[in-house]
Ligand binder design. Structure first.
Ligand code: PEP
Ligand code: MN
Length: 359
């Protein structure tokens, strides 16, 4: 990382960038209120920092030790207050802003009528962003794979319903991209591109999605450590896209015998991640628990832990949902969750901000 002096000229900044290129690295330039920071993309060990420290206009040149340097607070605190987080703007919605953001909708889009009915209901319940799976990751090749699996025409049709439902009910829309060959198609229709837990490690997919320049909803793999999760997030950031919304959705349960939940929700990851990075973290209590009777309590707990929002699966007839029926809740239940979570957020936000700032 190279921190330029307050009065550094554009020529000085440009010549430092040129000098970095000579060592085979790329740069990520961030401008704070008064300082310009040049982040280094590539192997920083190739950089002679003492040489850079004395170039004209340079205030300080040093290595960032973490593997996720561009998304780290160590980097961002050079150009903004340590407690400042990234606010991601999607349409009129803010993620990571002053109030929590709620993503809701069906696990899978089943029909136009199903999607529009759920969209209307979740909007009324207070949701900000509409979700709906079109390409579903499924454990069995014999299960419903999402309408997108039927062919290009069906995929476009379902995507256009999602886009249109979002427009009609004034919510940005999100769906999962499961493979590189789906990126162009899906990016034509949606506002946020989702990378599912199973694809957290697919660095080619991460890069291709990041280059679309749209916000990325990035879910932690159920076997990934926090460090791995953040290190792989960096594959999105190095493409110049820092509109990354991180999502904790549960880890593989441990031990023998029943755990009674689908996964184990790692709530301490929320404040830990928010301390390490300036990116917003959301929690998905639906996939984490797999049980509709636990969504309320885990949502409240996630909010108290400092989540910037929630992602929840909703259906008007939960038991009949084609996918993930056991964890779907009604829009009425969603409304209760949103009302309670907004109150929890109001009580805990100040303290959680202190945690982020490392105080
Ligand atoms: C989803 O959100 O639709 C989903 C499949 O979740 P995950 O990738 O976390 O399993
Ligand atoms: Mn689901």
């Amino acid at each position: 990382m190279i921190i330029m002096k307050k009065d550094a000229t554009k020529e000085e900044v440009d010549s430092v960038i040129e000098e970095v290129k000579k060592f085979g690295l790329r740069t990520d330039v961030s401008k704070g209120e008064s300082l310009t920071i040049i982040g280094l993309v590539g192997d920083e060990r190739k950089i002679p920092f003492s040489h850079f420290a004395v170039l004209p206009g340079v205030k300080e040149a040093r290595m960032i030790e973490t593997p996720y340097k561009l998304i780290s607070r160590e980097y961002s605190e050079a150009f903004q207050d340590r407690a400042e987080s990234r606010v991601i703007h999607v349409g009129n919605v803010e993620i990571g802003g002053e109030t929590p953001a709620y993503i809701a909708g069906p696990c899978a889009i089943e029909s136009k009528a199903q999607l529009f009915r759920i969209a209307e209901e979740v909007k009324r319940a207070g949701a900000h962003i509409l979700r709906g799976g079109i390409f579903k990751p499924r454990s069995s090749a014999h299960s419903f794979q999402g309408l997108g699996a039927k062919g290009d025409e069906e995929a476009r049709e379902a995507l256009s319903w999602l886009r249109d439902a979002g427009r009609q009910f004034e919510m940005p829309v999100i769906t999962e991209v499961r493979g590189e060959n789906q990126v162009d198609l899906i990016a034509e229709y949606v506002d946020i591109l989702q990378i599912g837990a199973r694809n957290m490690y697919d660095q080619d997919l991460l890069g291709t999605i990041a280059r679309k320049g749209k916000p990325v909803f990035y879910k932690r793999h159920f076997g990934a450590s926090v460090e791995e999760f953040l290190s792989f997030s960096e594959y999105i950031a190095v493409e110049g896209n820092k509109d990354i919304i991180l999502c904790e959705r549960g880890e593989l349960p441990i031990g023998k015998g029943k755990n009674f939940t689908r996964y184990t929700l790692d709530l301490s990851a929320v404040p830990v991640i928010q301390k390490e990075t300036y990116l917003p973290v959301l929690v998905d209590p639906s996939h984490a628990t797999g049980r509709r009777d636990l969504i309320y309590s885990m949502s409240c707990a996630a909010m108290a832990a400092g989540a910037s929002g929630l992602a929840i699966e909703v259906h008007y007839n939960p038991a009949e949902a084609w996918v993930d029926a056991a964890q779907a809740i009604t829009a009425g239940e969603l409304k209760e969750i949103i009302d309670t979570c907004n109150r929890i957020h109001a009580i805990t936000a100040q303290q959680n901000k202190r945690v982020k700032a490392g105080r």
